[in-house]
Design a protein around this ligand. Structure first.
Ligand code: ZN
Length: 513
């Protein structure tokens, strides 16, 4: 009776299909140990506090960073990791460290100003007092009206920055259930409209040209404010620093450049606009290294057993910008990765594959540490100058945290449908954390990209948005990092690393393009 058998066969097939979809095993006994250690005996905020409070800011290739990496190596050894090392990845120019900064308005009213030097710039010759002046140079023709008038001046070089009040009015938009649902359900990313082609006015001055002009004119200090975030100083590296290879010459040939909070900057600007003179006192001491040094990633591992030449990597970037410890970006990711390794050691994990933690350098300047590491250890099949290294077949997967300190609510598949079954199954023990979303979307701007772009499985967790956290400002400290979120994240990170290290197969890769 074929007509009656067919529905039965179909049902059987469906049952079988459902069963095979469930065959990715979850080691609930190990998950229990990991949860117990990570939730009841967590050390994650100890790591967070030591790094953010004691070590502080860690600009790539600063003496601050070198000191911090020594601590990191010591801590990895304390945890019981082996093969602990700082692996140099490139010549990274000379070191740059800010030792001291002070900016005061002296007239018409005394006021201390909150300000930080832009990285890779030089300091002042001691304490300087200078008249402030608004300078608006956009195109070449603008230079003439200022030429010969700026010697010894404190230049307000950017327009006033309107302050953005929306975070105060609306609060921080936590992810809503509707948003999480849509992250899961929107499986075909809407085509992005091509950005309009900017027609660049050849007369327009580049940031490098503006700085060169100020330097040639002998200004005392270039003041700037490029963001209207409340109370926050935002400002990174000197334009042109990367092009000159973070060279000592480039740093010494730069003017002194100081970024100021919008409130303080705008106040000086408004006074000057009234025609009332503003006098400031400024002192900046930046320590600039003598010779080119190598920047490094720091690695440590738990060796595998029968598949020990294969590797599962977890990580986060250890480097920061210079104006705060960057407790959220990305001290929080580092604390989670360290804590995940500590948990695995404490519960006595004996992974089949080697589990390695790599804490990157050079991320903030453009993923330099992770890209160099991937090229060196795994290679790149899409770049014949790099080629494929034997290690390429030995990597199972890389897991990254770098979207702030909020708790994991899911994971982005990065378009890797082949990995869906594994990454989904391993999420099951964390439904009570609210970790439920598998989004097939691809996300960028951090170190998993270095793996994904060469065809290796690299993933970033989908994280909640949380209040606080300075986003590369002077305001990113321990106080606003949510400890419970980091505890949960370390548990998840440890469990994912463990399951990937124990699986019968590597985490599958995307089909070859
Ligand atoms: Zn980051």
């Amino acid at each position: 009776m074929p007509t009656r058998i067919r529905p039965l066969a179909t049902i059987l097939l469906l049952v079988l299909a459902a069963a095979t979809g469930d065959t990715v095993p979850v080691d609930w006994a190990m998950v229990a140990k990991i949860r117990e250690e990570g939730l009841q005996h967590s050390q994650v905020m100890e790591y967070e506090s030591y790094i953010a409070d004691v070590l502080g800011a860690r600009l790539t290739n600063s003496e601050d960073m070198q000191r911090a990496q020594l601590w990191l190596e010591g801590t990895m050894k304390q945890i019981g990791l082996v093969g602990v090392a700082a692996e140099p990845f490139m010549d990274y120019g000379v070191t740059w460290d800010n030792e001291y900064v002070s900016l005061q308005m002296l007239e018409p009213d005394y006021a201390p100003m909150v300000a930080y030097p832009i990285a890779y710039t030089r300091g002042t010759d001691g304490r300087q007092v200078a008249q402030a002046v608004i300078v608006d140079v956009q195109v070449r023709g603008d230079l003439e009206k200022y030429r010969g008038t700026l010697r010894g001046m404190a230049v307000l070089s950017t327009p006033p920055a309107p302050i953005d009040m929306t975070p105060l009015i609306n609060g921080v938009p936590r992810r809503t259930q509707a948003e999480l649902d849509s992250l899961q359900r929107v499986v075909i990313a809407p085509a992005r409209p091509a950005p309009p082609r900017a027609v660049r006015n050849p007369e327009l001055l580049t940031p490098e040209e503006k700085l060169a002009f100020f330097q040639a004119e002998g200004v005392t200090v270039v003041l700037q404010c490029e963001s209207g975030w409340l109370g926050a100083v935002r400002g990174y590296g000197r334009p042109g620093a990367r092009a000159d290879g973070w060279s000592r010459l480039g740093m010494l040939a730069s003017p002194v450049v100081v970024a100021v909070t919008p409130e303080h900057y705008n106040r000086m600007y408004r006074i000057l606009k009234r025609g009332i003179p503003v006098k400031v006192e400024v002192e900046v001491r930046n320590r600039i290294g003598e010779q080119v040094e190598q920047a490094a990633n720091v690695v440590g591992e738990i060796p595998g057993t029968d598949l020990k030449d294969q590797v599962v990597i977890i990580g986060a970037h250890f480097d920061t910008w210079q104006a705060s410890p960057n407790a959220s970006d990305n001290t929080s990711g580092v604390a989670v990765a360290l804590e995940a390794m500590r948990i695995l050691k404490v519960v006595g994990a004996r992974p089949r594959r080697t589990i390695r933690v790599v804490l990157w350098g050079g991320e903030e300047q453009g993923l330099f540490g992770s890209r160099a590491y991937v090229n060196q250890h795994f290679g790149n099949p899409f770049d014949s100058t790099v080629g494929v290294k034997p290690g390429y077949e030995k990597l199972s997967v890389y897991f990254n945290q770098d979207y702030g300190p909020g708790q994991y609510q899911g994971i982005y598949l990065q378009g890797n449908e082949q990995a869906r079954a594994m990454l989904t199954a391993w999420m099951a023990p964390f439904a009570d954390f609210g970790m439920t979303v598998v989004s097939n979307q691809s996300v960028g701007s951090t170190d998993h990209v270095s793996f994904d772009e060469v065809g290796l499985p690299g993933f970033q967790f989908l994280q909640d948005r949380v209040p606080g956290g300075g986003g590369h400002t002077n305001l990113d400290f321990y106080d606003t990092v949510p400890g419970q979120d980091l505890m949960k994240n370390a548990v998840v990170m440890a469990s994912y690393a463990y399951h990937a290290a124990m699986a019968d197969t590597r985490v599958p890769r995307k089909s070859v393009r």
